[in-house]
Ligand binder design. Structure first.
Ligand SMILES: [Ca+2]
Length: 501
């Protein structure tokens, strides 16, 4: 039977069995670019970021403590992340990447988020940054306004994205459009260049620093240094010269206190402006009477370091970067609830389909976390895997189970073989010996004989995940499993504007 006929029959059945069919829920799916969960007070009470609208979403909805992206095989971490978000496929099964032809079905874009919701009768609309994304999925949105907006004015910054959603909602209101909607409300910030609005920059003591030959001034209103700040990462992780680590405007290779505090101030100015735009849209939904029937999802495509562990970018697997902020507020979700979740961004397709009572596409590999939103369970999986190998191969891998996390680095053609074992309950900031904390648990435990059994367990878990997910590489202390050499990607054409990540 054709899917459309099935859908119509099931809708008829619903209307006969339950009386009038229930109004289908709307979705406001908010994705920001490059934001660590630890910027928010609901993840880090010491943060000075003012984000009242997002904080209220957290207070009125469910906060996820273990929401992650699965990783990337390129320096532009956004690109695989946004493919996973839109398709529900795992990192080595995407239409881009070294195994694309072996592990990805053709025409995947026709089974991405907006395509699926269009077929189910939803109105779909999107605004977001342009580039380093998943064009095939983005163009499925019926209404689309994408542009990179990273400036400090209304026209050049986040207000522009807010205006696009406001225009769309005003138009729906004028047309008395009652179809359910899926809006992908994306932002180009707080990704660098972090040019904030002047009044918000002033609030965080920051300036749009543009001169690589001078340092910005210290200012008491700037946010404090992060607890896991270092002046340099303790070893070469295999991608130390990637754009984000050496060329982000305002930071470049500098890791001094003034540079990092100014850059976090700029980031907070950009994040507060995003919060203001979200507030406008939430007020509008309330005025339209749609707020209570709308699921609001807030997240980022991945985290970011900005001084933590001596790093600046998103090309690492520490918690500040592997994790993402994640909130869901909507019908039936208990206010103020908090769960680990153990979700990936690639679970969004399955979950939104489940909440809308739409079958997930066959190509989807994510898990629906609707049971978590309903309070039936607090997690959808036990073990989580992450990869970053946009630099030297095989690169970085991590695995997490319960409170324990393993990160491995096989980099610089065998010159770097490093292992980190953290107990995240005791050491949530992944402090290293270079941070100088006296607590014996607040450090890398990989070399401690007391934790040798746990280390071996975590190594086995990592290998199991690499096999299960078709990771095409193996690390120095793993069996090679007879894997063929991984084809090198075609060299990218030199681009004039490399800032679009
Ligand atoms: Ca990004």
């Amino acid at each position: 039977m054709k899917p459309l006929v099935c859908l119509l029959l099931s809708l008829c059945f619903l209307s006969f069995s339950l009386g009038a069919p229930a109004k289908r829920p709307n979705f406001l799916f908010i994705v920001v670019d490059d934001q660590s969960p630890f910027d928010f007070k609901f993840y880090n009470p010491k943060s000075v970021l003012q984000s009242p609208n997002i904080d209220r979403l957290a207070a009125e909805g469910m906060v996820f403590d273990s929401a992650r992206h699965m990783g990337a095989f390129v320096g532009a971490v956004c690109t695989p992340s946004r493919h996973m978000i839109m398709s529900g496929r795992t990192v080595w099964h995407l239409p881009i990447g070294p195994l694309a032809k072996d592990h990805c079905p053709p025409n995947l874009e026709l089974n991405t988020l907006a395509a699926v919701f269009n077929r189910a009768g939803y109105d779909t609309m999107r605004t977001c940054k342009q580039g380093n994304s998943y064009e095939g999925a983005n163009k499925q949105f019926t209404v689309r306004h994408d542009a990179s907006k990273r400036g400090g004015t209304d026209e050049t910054g986040s207000t522009w994205h807010g205006d696009r959603v406001m225009d769309y909602l005003n138009e729906r209101e004028a047309n008395k459009d009652t179809d359910p909607f899926l809006i992908n409300f994306g932002f180009s910030h707080p990704h660098d260049t972090r040019d904030g609005r002047p009044e918000l920059l002033a609030k965080y003591g920051a300036t749009n620093h543009e001169d690589p030959n001078t340092l910005p001034a210290l200012n008491p209103n700037q946010p404090p240094l992060p607890v896991n700040y270092l002046k340099a990462h303790p070893f070469n992780n295999g991608d130390a010269n990637v754009r984000d680590e050496v060329a982000a405007s305002g930071v470049w290779k500098n890791r001094d206190e003034a540079t990092i505090r100014n850059e976090i101030g700029r980031e907070f100015a950009c994040s507060e402006n995003i919060d203001i735009q979200i507030g406008r849209v939430l007020d509008k939904l309330k005025q339209m009477g749609e707020l209570d029937n709308t699921y609001i999802i807030y997240t980022a495509d991945h985290g970011i370091a900005i001084g933590r562990h001596g790093l600046q970018g998103k090309q690492n697997l520490y918690e500040h970067t592997w994790r993402v902020p994640f909130i869901v507020k909507g019908p039936g979700i208990k206010a103020g609830s908090r769960v680990p979740g153990n979700i990936y961004l690639l679970d969004i397709v399955a979950t939104l389909c489940d909440l809308a009572a739409i079958p997930a596409p066959e190509s989807n590999e994510g898990l629906s976390f609707k049971p978590v939103l309903e309070g039936k369970t607090d997690s959808v999986r036990d073990v989580m895997y992450g990869v970053y190998c946009g630099g030297t191969k095989p690169g970085m891998r991590c695995v997490k189970q319960g409170d324990w996390k393993l990160i491995k680095y096989d980099a610089m053609n065998g010159a770097v073989h490093e292992t980190q074992l953290f107990n995240l309950a005791a050491n949530p900031d992944e402090l290293l010996k270079e941070h100088g904390n006296a607590d014996p648990m607040k450090t890398n435990l990989a070399g401690d004989p007391k934790h040798a059994t746990k280390l071996a367990e975590m190594e086995a878990l990592l290998l199991g995940e690499m096999r299960r997910l078709h990771d095409p590489y193996r690390l120095w202390n793993q069996p090679n499993d007879g894997l063929p050499p991984v084809p090198e990607p075609a060299p990218r054409k030199a681009k004039k504007n490399k800032a679009k990540q």
